[in-house]
Write a new protein. Structure first.
Ligand code: ZN
Length: 573
């Protein structure tokens, strides 16, 4: 048994996430967490909402509520959707928690003590009417290059020229539209990441087992151009972790907060503290997951994220941890994903294009989405959601292969032998033995892929095991053998009912609801992960009662598919 700490990239608070976000971090993390638990490992699976920063403030203003209240409400919305997709977090925390505030201030203090913080003065645009400094992208004006009148202070999206806010002609605040802007001097803390470049490079080089997607992005940020840059980690905002040096005030940094990208990853640690606090456990209980001097040396720490988050997890967060000089756990394995595209384009919140988590659950049960998304996870390249592919995945894999097997076996048994596991014939027929051998091999391959977090390969192997059961049933044809050799038909059906139980157990990480439904129909609590297929296929004894489950998966018809295509196509510009 191993202890495995699993974190999913934490979703930003402003709004409901789309299916591409889901399959890029939370869902595969859940798959791995469920699998690891089923294999008997001790798992702590954490996620949270990322709540600080300007976008949250703006979303709250739009919603007409204080930012704290907005975040509280949106956290509940995201927690409910996570539960709807059966994401089995041990704790779903909040980066605005007191635990994270304390830890963020603690890390900043430790980094300063180690000479890794520097105060730097800079000139920034201040909006008098908004009473705040404006981040570059919240300043709008006319592009000096092409004349586009909605260019942003960081870039003109019309001609793509990189800009400074002071380059803009007739600049205005995009928050209020006010033109009463002035450049003021302000001081910020910089984390001297460049001093940690050698340590980080050595650490990345030691990770020969990481996906190339992960290490290539990390190396690019380490070495391209001038290499790893020092990073401003404070902002002149109201909403965030107030700047403090450990528990002490930080002179000159009054009314400033830490930049959201400094405190967000620290929430991975704080979330464990929240988890312990929520259960009234003292701090040793979460230290044993996070502090290598308190037992976390034995922990395997695995992170899941989309490729856009890789630099922060391979460089910035490790820089925070290493720079602290304290015995915190650093990540052992990073599983990163490419993007899921939607029907030939991108998902778009503003255009209502694509399917968002709430809409998905309104249409169909979570297993349908889980199966398609995981079996098409964008691992080695981007992958594309199309309704045709989704319909095919649900109808063929789930309904025709797994669902059909369950339905035929249980209904045939009920009509010929009654609703109990039939007795008679050999323990396992010859045909059954051939299948046991095939399944044993496939199970080992399946586990190998799951251990390596190769999601699509694991899904393909699982599907192959479902297909093998169907082929067995077709060959054994108990409906034909029943008349002249009822013992053999009984033995084959007993074997097939046992196979349903095995399917329920090994499919649970992908489709937990269907799995629970099958185990309930078989009236069994035997959910131990199989290692010896033959033993596993003898678990349900003759005479054990069962019920025929309701249709496991309903097919998606062509009319539904066409209707959904239109509904989710988004507004055309
Ligand atoms: Zn331009």
């Amino acid at each position: 048994m191993t202890r495995i700490l699993i974190t999913s990239a934490i979703p930003y608070i402003n709004g409901v996430k789309h299916l591409g976000n889901l399959v890029g971090s939370q869902l595969p993390a859940d798959l791995y967490a469920r699998y690891a638990r089923a294999r008997g490992h001790e798992v702590l699976f954490l996620c949270a909402t990322d709540e600080h920063g300007t976008p949250a403030e703006i979303a709250a203003t739009k919603a007409g509520m204080p930012v704290e209240e907005y975040c509280h409400q949106m956290h509940r919305v995201q927690a409910k959707l996570a539960a709807g997709f059966r994401l089995s977090f041990d704790h779903f925390g909040r980066s605005s928690s007191m635990q994270n505030r304390r830890l963020t201030q603690h890390f900043a203090g430790a980094l300063a003590d180690n000479g890794l913080m520097e105060e730097r003065s800079e000139r920034q645009v201040f909006s008098i009417d908004d009473d705040r400094f404006l981040p570059d992208r919240y300043i709008e004006g006319t592009c000096p290059n092409c004349g586009y009148d909605k260019a942003r202070g960081d870039q003109c999206e019309n001609c793509t020229k990189q800009l400074e806010p002071t380059d803009l002609i007739e600049p205005r605040s995009s928050l209020s539209g006010s033109t009463r802007l002035e450049v003021r001097e302000t001081k910020h803390l910089y984390l001297l990441q460049s001093k940690l470049k050698g340590d980080l490079a050595e650490w990345i080089d030691s990770k020969s087992d990481w996906p190339i997607l992960t290490t290539s992005i990390a190396r690019k940020w380490l070495n391209d151009g001038d290499g790893l840059q020092d990073r401003g980690i404070t902002r002149d905002l109201h909403w965030g972790v107030p700047v403090a040096r450990g528990g002490e005030p930080w002179p000159g940094m009054e009314n400033k907060v830490f930049y959201v990208w400094f405190d967000a990853p620290i929430e991975y640690i704080a979330c464990a503290a929240e988890w312990a606090d929520a259960q009234g456990l003292d701090e040793e209980h979460w230290w044993r997951w996070w502090r290598t001097d308190e037992g976390a040396d034995d922990v395997r720490y695995v992170q899941f994220m989309g490729k856009d988050n890789v630099p922060f997890h391979t460089l910035s967060f490790p820089a925070t941890i290493m720079g602290s000089g304290e015995p915190w756990k650093v990540v052992d394995y990073i599983k990163s994903f490419n993007y899921l595209t939607y029907d030939g384009g991108q998902f778009s919140t503003s255009q209502g294009r694509g399917i968002f988590m709430d809409q998905a659950l309104d249409l169909l049960p979570p297993d349908y989405w889980r199966w398609w998304l995981l079996s098409h996870a964008p691992e080695t390249s981007d992958s594309e959601f199309t309704w045709d592919s989704f319909q095919a995945g649900v109808n063929k894999d789930l309904a025709d292969v797994l669902g059909n097997f369950v339905s035929r076996v249980t209904k045939f048994c009920r009509s010929k032998f009654g609703e109990e596991v039939p007795e008679g014939g050999e323990e396992i027929t010859e045909r059954g033995r051939a299948l046991v051998a095939e399944l044993q091999e496939r199970l080992e391959t399946y586990c190998k892929h799951m251990d390596a977090i190769e999601v699509r390969r694991a899904a393909a192997e699982l599907r192959a095991m479902w297909v093998a059961g169907n082929e067995f049933l077709q060959d054994a044809a108990p409906w034909s053998t029943f008349k002249e050799d009822p013992g053999r038909a009984a033995a084959d059906i007993r074997f097939a009912l046992n196979l349903i139980r095995v399917y329920a157990v090994i499919s649970a990480p992908f489709i937990p609801d269907a799995s629970a439904k099958l185990l309930e129909a078989l009236r069994t609590e035997e959910t131990k992960w199989p290692t010896d297929m033959e033993q596993a296929l003898l678990r349900l004894p003759a005479g054990q009662g069962f019920v025929v489950p309701d249709t496991l998966f309903a097919k998606i018809d062509d009319d539904q598919r066409e209707e959904w295509k239109v509904t989710f196509a988004g507004k055309r510009d």
